[in-house]
Design a protein around this ligand. Sequence first.
Ligand code: SF4
Ligand code: SF4
Length: 395
Amino acid sequence: MSIKVNPKVIEELKEFGLKDAGQCYHCGNCTAVCPLSTPENSFPRKFQRWVQLGLEDKIKQSPDPWLCYYCGECSDNCPRGADPGETMMAMRRYLTASYDWTGFARRFYTSEVFEVVAVALVAAFIGVLFLIFGRWSEALAKPGIALNVFAPNKVIEILDLIMAAGLSFFLLSNVWRCIKIVHGQLMGKIPFKYYKDKFIDLLWNFITQWQFSKCHDKMQWAVHLLIMTGYSSVFLMVVVFLRWFQRDAVIDPEWPLVSAIMTLVGYYATAAILYGTTYALIGRIKKSKAPYKNSHGTDWMFLILLQLTTITGILVHVFIYLEWPLACYVIYMIHLMVAVPMLTLEVPFAKWAHLAYRPVVLYINEVKKAYLADHPQAAEQEEAPAEAEAAAEAA
Ligand code: SF4
Ligand code: SF4
């Protein structure tokens, strides 16, 4: 069996943040210490090898980069400074670009200028919309805060749903490509019962990030969990429950219980995101541990947009309390100028996309394992290319 080799893949991967994979001399320490590596899904040494050999197709088809949560233990234990944890991170960026049919993800990951300009253009577009269509004078003529006169939540909700439909289309079409790639030859051949049996695992993993909790650095898991749950809560409230979430008073007299619940969820999300992003930003500035030593432009953009969205959201809330209408409307406009580029660009094409890819790949991987355990013949066919590759490596 022939194996396609692309000797330029190492150079290409450097554009996605690959650092020192060429230094690896394959001692295997990294795979031995990795708490998430298993005999069926063994990493990260294998990827250092694949990168050196230029095995592009093997890299693109592997689910393993999504099984790594970047705890950094492998990089800390590498005697050659080959930073295998960063190799896995670069692989996730590379895979995100491979799944994306629009080419935007590749541009985001390989050009910081492109990413900054794209975010600035969307932000400017939202600002112009508010300057033209915001009901400034009407809202300022009302007593107290009239946020729903300035930017009626019914209008914002419709625009929100249009935006959600657009980003869902791009994200889900890319997730579908990811699903096909990870299934490989088994696409369409696994009975439904395997998907059903593993579905609870998918939800459990998504909500708790349980796999990550197996790493020794529990703080990384906690920070990841805080950011993920905080962001998901806000996403749900903004996209699905906006008409109750955007209010002129902290407790709406018409919906006291619902608005109290919304407020509490909002407080949790704010605290969780602020703590998580501040911890990660300080870690990246100080390069305090292996996962924070090499920061790609998209890592900064992700944290900065998330933190700015949260801080401006807090200020909107504070100005509602203080009843400062002009400050409230201006900061609300800025809040959306930050939040909309984050949602429309980061979610389908950049770092946020891993929120969808990781649980989906974990799920398919478990489904495949269960199916192959019951069907040894199919397992042999799956293993055949791997054996051919091993023989090629040995030769
Ligand atoms: S990356 Fe480092 S620890 Fe892993 S196999 Fe290569 S040299 Fe050894
Ligand atoms: S960063 Fe952690 S989870 Fe990822 S390969 Fe290294 S040791 Fe394993």
